[in-house]
Each structure stands twice: as C-alpha cells, then as structure tokens.
Design a protein around this ligand. Sequence first.
Ligand code: AHG
Ligand code: MN
Ligand code: MN
Ligand code: MN
Length: 335
Amino acid sequence: MIQKVTTLNQFIIEQQAAFPNATGDFSRLLHHVGIAAKKVNREVNKAGLVDILGQAGTENVQGEDQQKLDVYADMTFINELRASGECCAVLSEENQDIIVFKDGMCRNAKYIFCMDPLDGSSNIDVNVSIGTIFSVYRRKSAPGEEVGQQDFLQKGVEQVAAGYVIYGSSTMLVYTAGNGVNGFTLDPSIGEFCLSHPLISTPSQGKIYSVNEGYYVNFPDGVKKFIKYCQEKDEETKRPFTSRYIGSLVADVHRNLLKGGIFIYPQTSSHPNGKLRLMYECNPMAFIAEQAGGMATNGKMRILDIEPENIHQRTPFYTGSKNMIDKICWFLKNS
Ligand code: AHG
Ligand code: MN
Ligand code: MN
Ligand code: MN
C-alpha cells in the first residue's frame, strides 16, 4: 500500500485552508524558510569537505567568535526572507541591529522574523547536531512605515509562528502556528520536508534532565536541590533520572520534546541573566513547548509573558515536561 506523503508545502496549503481569510503570505514566508533550511543543510552536510568549518575571524554582537557556518546560515536565511517578499525586517543573533528590507514588496510586508541562524556553534566542527531557531511576529508599524526595533519588542504570546530546524542524523523542521506542533523530515532523495511527526505531544513527566553541571557552584539553591532530587533513588518516581546534555539547545530541546524531560539554563556567574536569548531562542522554544503540552519559564514567570526591553536580552530558561517544570519551580520558590 503506497503510504501518503505530505510535504511541507502541501501541509502549509492544507493548514491555510483552515483560515478562510488567509492570504497565503505566511505560507509563502514558511516556504522560503524551508528553502533556506535546505541550503544550510547542504553546507552542514559538506562541512569538513569544503572550507565551511572553523572561525570566520569576526565577532558577533554577543562577543562570540563567529563560525563560518554562523555567517553562511545568517546570510542564507536573510536572502531567502528578502526573496519571499513576505518579511519586512529580521532580528538575528548574528547582527547588532535589525535588518530592514527596503525594496518593493518587502516594505509593505506584514511579518517580521527573529532568528538564531545557527544554534550550537560550538558543536559545528565536531559533527554534533546543530540547528536554526526562528520566530514570526506581525509588525506593529503600518505597512510602508519605517520598521524599527520597537516592532520587535513584543511578548512571546504575540508570536504568529515559531520553529526550529535540527541538522542531525536526519534534518527536521519542527514548527507551530498555534495549532499544535508538527515535525517534517527532509527526504534528500526528493528534496522535500515530509510530515513525519504529526501533532507532537510531550510527556508530562520525563526521566531526562539537561543542564551544564560545570556551572553548578553558582546555580541558584533551588536548581542545586532539583539536581540532587533527580539523582536520588526513589522507586515510585522512577529516580534517579538520566543526565543528557548536548550543548546545542535545539538538539537538547528536540530530544526532550519527544521523550519527555527538562532543559535547564539558569543564571550563572558569567551570565547573571542567563545565557540564552529571549527573542530568538527562548520565546520560539517556549511557544513550541506549550503547544506540545509542556511549559517554559524563567523560574518566576512564563517565558511567553516576559515584556522584552532589548532585542538581544537574555533570560534564565527552564523548559520541558509539565511535572518537571512544576517541580523545579517548587524548589526555586522554597529555597
Ligand atoms: P549559539 O550557538 O546560537 O550561540 O547557542 C549556543 C547555546 C545553546 O545552543 C546551548 O544550549 C548553550 O549555548 C550551551 O551553552 P554552554 O556551552 O554554556 O553549556
Ligand atoms: Mn552564538
Ligand atoms: Mn543559540
Ligand atoms: Mn547561534
């Protein structure tokens, strides 16, 4: 029996049909995100064979040494977003200020795009999974008006869509537009993302905790107590849990989304407000977590409710299975 294959483009069109007054703008934007993902995937797969590894010799606004693939992914997504004509400006981890598209169609486009073009850069040269993370909002300014940083300072609850690409043992694009989370696996033989994980639902309890324990000494007491809780033996709650930490947010979050678990990146001595960036790492991952039945918090409040003050701001980040988030919040509150 021939199995029905639903490509990303077919899925987008089917989803659009559910919105009677949809114009197809978002569908076209997402189509170009898929093209950019395929182009980056092509370079990731060749990494090691062509001169795409190693440092670009430049530093980004974060003070990080940019990897060549950081720069390639950034340029590729920006070019595709401009080509879509459906995006008027982009906020990227790799650029100090927003990139405004002033040409023709783009000036009047209604969407703005936040992205971490290449997440997990420290893993690029050692062949460990990396990814791209993105978030789509409606602009606040009127079409044709000047787009500014103010357009981007919106709470995560305002997201139109959020998603990530994981360049791993296979390449997947996972996204939500507010109607659940769906995962598409790239079939290189036909060059299409095909629906492989419909309506992902994350377990309410998991057995995996993901944290860089190298920073333990400066963790908040509540985090230290939660880690100890995970390591204690207890039949009823099937502890001790398993520690898994890849060092690429996309890979750690994707594994925990499918299997259940909790990802923790609290404030540390070198990052007193946490290391992960609200607009293009935490908000998109929080939207996905909640749409899959999980949670995402900064330890005190819902990530999606945080009022952003600057486009590159950082936040402590806890995300994953509902029961595990509740547990760590209890420890944080009672320590
Ligand atoms: P990026 O490569 O986009 O700068 O992000 C790296 C982030 C994230 O992917 C990961 O969860 C975290 O950095 C790992 O940080 P540590 O190496 O401090 O654990
Ligand atoms: Mn970086
Ligand atoms: Mn990142
Ligand atoms: Mn990055």
